[in-house]
Ligand binder design. Structure first.
Ligand SMILES: Cc1cc2nc3c(=O)[nH]c(=O)nc-3n(C[C@H](O)[C@H](O)[C@H](O)COP(=O)(O)OP(=O)(O)OC[C@H]3O[C@@H](n4cnc5c(N)ncnc54)[C@H](O)[C@@H]3O)c2cc1C
Length: 686
């Protein structure tokens, strides 16, 4: 069809009813129907595989092949009347042969056969499958069966949504027409009936292809930037605000748009579901410029995102569709030997911080994984390798440089603004944007440690060793992280051991090295020892709790196999019971009387269809571990069960993270942000 249209164009052919063109039109109707009936066939197949899993005959290649042949025959047969009665004629505007686009019997016939019948069939399957999944959810069946049924339901739902979306999305269609009218002759818009549309949407992998309402081929940067992008993103007002920011800031700051590679670097996140395409990204280079930006944002009440290292796993916490602020240019690491402090910028990841401090033999209490960002980590709490010795990162922060929601620059410490200082220690982005953290410099020698890898069969021995370590270790310099990971069904069990001196005292980690393993513990730089990852809390590591972690890990590793390349990652992070003794207080409650420690429960998956399945799984696992801890006799009632904000899912109630501090935090926020400017950005809000 593409070749035909092109030839027609090149030859400036005005011949109206070329037989070849009519045959192409005939096949066009046949293939349209073929597509919809194959969706119907897929939906029926999915229904049978869930409701009648034992009817294998349906799944054989022979039966599937027969059904495909039947559909082909039906689709050719129903298009024949259009051909023989001469309904397919040349449409000069669209440059293809089709039946005239007006209310007529052939048009109704085509609509019914090609669209209404197969789509009604898919709808019927969808309703039946929904009812079935609803029924089995209330029955006691294996997790695997329920996972499978829900997944198939989502696939049918997606199929059902696809076709009306393309055909029925009149708002978007109007936007496509607007774009068509606005762009220059160098750019073009294509729709479903144009072969160039298929060329535009085609991807290397079919799963990456989506049927859009139209496809746009901008031919000039101007068309792309000025007209197409804001319309696609639905937001010309925000584009104007981006321009206002651009005009107001100094040369040390910059604004980037979709066509600039630096834009993609700014909006990139560790987890793809946390990335949003904003209208522009802004890289403030000075605190003054950031203050100007905050004033423009507040005045226009435009949604914005603040990103440091982009490791938040909650979608929308550090991203936006409007004005994205990347803190990248606040990349200072200044060691002050006189008062033994370090000024650290939120534009860095921990790797950079440790690297720059290494020559001075000092470090700060930061992240255990190199690419986690300074900003989010420090504003949420901060569990690090030195937490047994110095508490959380927030216990080592002495001062914050802050741009408040109304664009004022202030230095916040215990003396200048004690309430705000309290709020910033765990209160995330509720009080403004931090441009500098003044932290305690901590002495740093070489360290001892590394990663030990174990065979899955050693899982019980490792758990026993970890429980023994937790009970017997009294040395605050020794810390471990017990990591269970399965990626696409392949399981790895690791112990990451850390000792904050060049050599660990004899026997410190023998309990782990005596079990068959790969890898070795050795003297190395602090920088080279990194690894870790989100979410429940138990009081102390006891065997029943840890056994529950093991059982759940095995159960969910098996249950995730049908979902393709998935990640199941549980980390047990034992600290010394005394690790909160260094607590300096703050928004995130972490008092010595309540020394809870975090367990990371993390799932990674590929298809957005499975989002809810894995979010539910995370919650179920968290609740099951908590239940096991309570059954084991741990007192986790009421405000004692404090969840860590940096690991918590986005629907976690504030009271579960901030307990008795919540009322005070709400009143501090009200005092500093009466206009609710920080409500315009993502994250937990007081
Ligand atoms: C692989 C991995 C390993 C991890 N390991 C640990 C660990 O060992 N210990 C631990 O405690 N946590 C750990 N975490 C959790 C981590 O602390 C949080 O994900 C944290 O939010 C990451 O910070 P970020 O700057 O990279 O995130 P971002 O996504 O950039 O930001 C997170 C939040 O902070 C806000 N924010 C960022 N910068 C600023 C600023 N300057 N001013 C105001 N608000 C700001 C953002 O708006 C957003 O709401 C880990 C997470 C991952 C994914």
């Amino acid at each position: 069809m593409a070749i035909f249209t092109l030839q027609h164009d090149l030859q400036q052919n005005s011949e109206q009813n070329n037989p070849f063109c009519i045959i192409l039109g005939f096949f066009g109707y046949g293939t349209d129907g073929l597509q919809n009936y194959s969706y119907l066939l897929t939906a029926v197949y999915q229904y049978i595989s869930v409701v009648y899993p034992n009817k294998i005959i349906w799944r054989t290649i022979k039966s599937q092949f027969c059904l495909v042949i039947v559909i082909w025959i039906v689709c050719i047969l129903y298009s024949l009347p259009l051909l023989v009665t001469g309904q397919i004629i040349y449409n000069i505007d669209n440059q293809i042969c089709q039946i005239p686009l007006r209310l007529s019997l052939p048009m109704v016939y085509v609509a019914a056969i090609i669209y209404i019948i197969p789509n009604s069939g898919i709808l019927a399957v969808y309703i039946k499958l929904t009812r079935y999944v609803h029924q089995i959810s209330s029955r006691a069946i294996s997790n695997h069966t329920l996972f499978h049924a829900r997944r198939e339901l989502k696939l049918v739902q997606r199929t059902f949504i696809l076709i009306p979306r393309i055909l029925g999305n009149t708002d978007t269609l109007q936007i496509c027409h607007d774009i068509e009218n606005a762009i220059s002759y160098e750019s073009q818009v294509f729709y479903l009936y144009d072969p160039r549309y298929y060329d535009d949407i085609h991807h290397y992998s079919i799963s990456s292809t989506n049927f859009s309402v139209c496809s746009v081929e901008p031919g000039t940067t101007n068309d792309l930037a000025i007209i197409v992008i804001p319309r696609i993103l639905g937001n010309t007002d925000t584009l104007q605000i981006c321009h206002d920011i651009e005009n107001a800031i100094s040369y040390e700051s910059q604004v980037f748009y979709l066509y600039d590679p630096r834009y993609y670097n700014d909006i990139h996140h560790y987890s793809i579901s946390s990335t949003n395409f904003s209208v522009c990204s802004v890289e403030p280079g000075t605190t003054n410029d950031l203050a100007i930006i905050m004033k423009i944002i507040g005045k226009n009440r435009v949604p914005f995102g603040i990103k440091s290292g982009g490791h938040s796993l909650n979608p929308g916490f550090s991203s936006t569709k409007d004005v994205h602020i990347s803190m990248l240019r606040f990349s200072q690491v200044n060691y002050n030997p006189t008062d033994q402090t370090v000024d650290v910028g939120p534009g860095l990841v921990w790797n950079d911080v440790y690297k720059q401090l290494q020559p001075f033999n000092v470090s700060v209490l930061g992240g255990r994984v190199s690419n986690v960002g300074v900003g989010g980590f420090l504003l949420g709490g901060g569990y690090g390798w030195k937490s047994n010795q110095y508490g959380l990162s927030i216990d080592t922060i002495l001062e914050y440089e802050l741009v408040t929601p109304n664009g004022t620059i202030i230095n916040v410490n215990n003396k200048t603004y004690p309430d705000l200082f309290f709020g910033l220690k765990g209160g995330l982005n509720n009080f403004g944007i931090v441009t500098n953290f003044k932290m305690r410099a901590l002495p740093q020698t070489l360290v001892y440690g590394g990663v030990l890898l174990y065979d899955f069969l050693e899982i019980n021995n490792i758990l026993n060793a970890a429980v023994n370590f937790q009970h017997n270790n009294q040395d605050p310099k020794a810390q471990i992280l017990c990591d269970f990971t399965s990626l696409g069904g392949s399981v790895a069990i690791n112990i990451i051991a850390f000792y904050d001196a060049p050599i660990a005292p004899p026997n410190t980690f023998d309990i782990f090295t005596s079990i068959g393993h790969l890898g070795k513990l050795q003297t190395r730089s602090f920088l080279s020892l990194v690894q870790a990852s989100p979410v429940v809390i138990t009081e102390n590591m006891r065997k029943p709790g840890v056994e529950k972690v093991r059982d759940l890990f095995i159960e969910y590793t098996l249950a995730s196999i049908p979902y393709g390349r998935t990640l199941v990652n549980f980390d047990v992070e034992p600290f010394l019971p005394s690790y909160f003794e260094k607590s300096q207080g703050g928004a995130y409650p972490h008092s010595p009387s309540n020394p809870l420690f975090p367990i990371v429960v993390q799932f990674g998956w590929q298809s957005e269809l499975d989002d809810q399945v894995f979010i539910n799984a995370t919650q179920t696992v968290a609740e099951a571990i908590l239940e096991a801890a309570i059954q084991d006799g741990q007192d986790l009632s009421g405000s004692k069960e404090i969840l860590y904000p940096n690991y918590a899912l986005d629907n976690t109630p504030l009271i579960k993270m901030y307990g008795k501090n919540l009322d005070r935090l709400k009143s501090i926020r009200q005092q500093w942000d009466p206009e609710n400017v920080m409500y315009l950005t993502g994250g937990f809000k007081f």
